[in-house]
Design a protein around this ligand. Structure first.
Ligand SMILES: [Zn+2]
Length: 423
């Protein structure tokens, strides 16, 4: 890339030797986790609450102290900019979210935002000037716990759904996103998306068990899995469980059970990244001595590419068609939503891998089964993600935990990947 130079001291320190200040990053994580801290050591900072406002104010305060200029858009996404040598270039952006689940942890989202802040603080410490500007962002309502849809701020930014649609979303008390954004003072002037992005990196805890199990420090994220959700309804006929002989039944549960088994079999056939889950089941009439007349259940299919998800979809339909013909029962499958797979950019994946190599951290390719703001950014600009391990693969839980050295390693990789891309 372009030549990056260290303007002043320390003249002897080559760029490869630059490291983040791990203690400072850890302290910032612990400070932010005080806002909405729960007795069990987690964080409850639901989006657009008073606590979210306090968290936002805190991060912006730190950004201003680091000399960054702040822009807020109409959905409350906050961009914090460090100027480059050529400010006509689109910025290299990093960040994540600071809202949490009701029983959330200290690291989900917050790590990505504060690792980005630490990268900028480190650039300041060493007076490193980049060719392109560097920006830190936190996106509004990634979690989708208080308001749906999830990944709201980045979704509006990428024009996946409209600002009006997001504004109209209500919580369980009937409060709207628009009203709550106004109340906490975070409706900005900028039209969402009216903000060029030259590249995007997001550092995040893995939220799964693989890195820890393999004893690997850095995950080079290849893609976020594509998702397809269905409702499946199997219709038979209720009858008495005693007098009705086995051969004369239209047992919706037995047919549903075959389909459920096939969901798992399909996921296994389309490995290694295929996932198939039945998480919700309703049985009618749900009575001990009645042959079920109807069973409704959910299906969640995921895989690394949209083509693989399409093939899983075709396999499911072929199977249910065959079973319906064989048994004479009705099997209706309705797709309820679908999120495209987000393959990350080769240049960004390479930048992350090279950074891990330069820094001497163990690393492996990995996929993300969970959604992230980076999914929508990957539709707008070259995007990459960095995963660090989390204890027992647990997140969305107050016991979520990551070690200081893992946090530091992730931020160091982010620093070097961004330096490569920002020039
Ligand atoms: Zn997250």
């Amino acid at each position: 890339m372009m030549d990056t130079k260290i303007i002043e001291s320390p003249a002897t320190l080559s760029l490869d030797k630059i490291r983040v200040n791990g203690e400072r990053l850890w302290q910032s994580l612990m400070d932010l986790a005080q806002i909405g801290a729960t007795p069990k050591g987690g964080v409850c900072r639901l989006t657009l609450t008073d606590l979210d406002k306090q968290g936002r104010d805190r991060v912006i305060g730190w950004a201003k102290a680091a000399g960054l200029s702040v822009t807020i858009d109409q959905i409350g996404n906050v961009f914090m900019r460090r100027a480059g040598r050529d400010n006509s270039l689109p910025p290299i952006v990093t960040g994540s979210h600071i809202d949490t689940q009701p029983t959330g942890g200290k690291f989900d989202g917050n790590f990505g935002v504060l690792a980005g802040l630490e990268v900028i603080r480190t650039l300041n410490d060493h007076q490193i000037e980049t060719e392109a500007p560097v920006e830190l962002v936190f996106w509004t309502n990634e979690e989708g716990s208080r308001f749906v849809p999830v990944m709201m701020g980045s979704g509006v930014f990428a024009n996946i759904f409209s600002l009006e649609h997001a504004y109209a979303a209500t919580d369980t008390e009937g409060k709207t996103v628009k009203g709550e954004l106004e109340r906490i003072g975070y409706v900005g002037d900028q039209v969402p998306g009216d903000h060029p992005i030259g590249g995007y990196f997001e550092a995040h805890i893995e939220q799964g068990p693989i890195l820890e199990e393999q004893d690997i420090t850095i995950g080079v994220v290849q893609a976020v899995l594509g998702i397809r959700w269905y409702d499946c309804v199997v219709t038979g006929m209720e009858a008495h469980a005693g007098p009705t002989p086995m051969a004369m039944r239209q047992d919706a549960m037995q047919v549903a059970a075959r389909v459920m088994q096939e969901v798992v079999a399909i996921a296994n056939r389309f490995g290694p990244h295929g996932r198939g889950t039945v998480g919700m089941v309703q049985v009618f009439p749900n009575s001990r001595n009645v042959i079920p007349g109807q069973v409704t259940f959910s299906i969640d299919f995921r895989n690394m590419t949209d083509e693989l998800v399409d093939e899983m979809d075709a396999a499911l339909h072929a199977y249910t068609k065959q079973v319906a013909a064989e048994t004479g029962l009705g099997i209706a499958i309705k797709e309820v939503s679908h999120y495209p797979a987000a393959p990350f950019h080769p240049d960004c994946k390479d930048a992350v891998r090279r950074a891990a190599q330069t820094l001497g951290y163990s690393h492996m390719d990995i996929v993300s089964g969970a959604g992230h703001d980076a999914v929508y950014m990957s539709m707008l600009a070259p995007t990459g993600m960095i995963f660090i391990p989390c204890k027992d693969g647990i997140s969305h839980n107050e016991i979520e935990e990551t070690l200081p050295e893992q946090v530091t390693a992730g931020a160091n990789v982010l620093l070097h990947a961004m330096l490569e891309r920002a020039g």
